[in-house]
Design a protein around this ligand. Sequence first.
Ligand SMILES: Nc1ncnc2c1ncn2[C@@H]1O[C@H](COP(=O)(O)OP(=O)(O)O)[C@@H](O)[C@H]1O
Ligand SMILES: [Mg+2]
Length: 263
Amino acid sequence: MIEINDVSFSYEGDNALNHISLKIEDGETVALMGSNGCGKSTLLKLINGIISPDSGSYKFDNQEINHKMLQDAKFGKSFHQKIGFVFQNSDTQLFCSVVYDEIAFGPRQMGMNEIEVDKRVNDCLTLLSIQDLKNRTPYHLSGGEKRKVAIACVLSLNPDVLVLDEPMNGLDPRTQRWLVEFLVQLSKAGKTLITSTHNLELVSEISNRAILFDEKHKIVADMPTEKLLEDIELLKKVNLVDEYYHSHEGNNGNGHKHFHDHN
Ligand SMILES: Nc1ncnc2c1ncn2[C@@H]1O[C@H](COP(=O)(O)OP(=O)(O)O)[C@@H](O)[C@H]1O
Ligand SMILES: [Mg+2]
């Protein structure tokens, strides 16, 4: 479904992706991991067609994706319907004055009639249990509420692939737990999930496969998430856990609960 072949990308000379190749199949749950600045957000932007490779190629459903293709309105629409992006910072994603219009934005862009739009918006409000936010102003919501609205906006187009950039960031533990369960349900419903995260405690619940970047913007591991979490030396090497990491494996049989996260 997603095929990235030898892609490099730089921001004004600053390298952010260094010869990246990977394939993601329909229905997979993948976590992108690595320390700050390693290129996770850049790769997610590329997957969503916000940026195009400087070299190499990106194919989605066997179709090459680049700026030229996305300028074609019809193609752009169908691509954006299939893949939804939840930004790291919900404030950059939410721009309408009312939650209802925010969630209706995508369906309206796709040219749906208002009856269909209304159905979609209400379905999403219900799915996320945020019916009471319908007439609120996104700007005034809490961080957790904003994240739910941002997710509702993306789900309103019922995409096959959901891309989430550090979705746990800034959420309280209870909302993080809610989000984990919600993502698990989406995965069970057949969605492909691609998530960037620093959260070593929750990552194994939202992904089966982990792709690890080093600080040179290269992929250094692509393996089952559980396996990566056991490889402390590798996690140290890419600066994801620090020297003070200590496992409590002997005490409670669960070493993952005691990671010292850098962020
Ligand atoms: N808009 C931008 N302009 C210039 N450099 C950027 C921009 N966004 C990211 N970078 C740089 O690209 C590299 C990768 O960043 P990013 O993909 O945001 O990393 P991550 O999401 O893993 O923290 C970093 O060196 C970062 O400073
Ligand atoms: Mg990032």
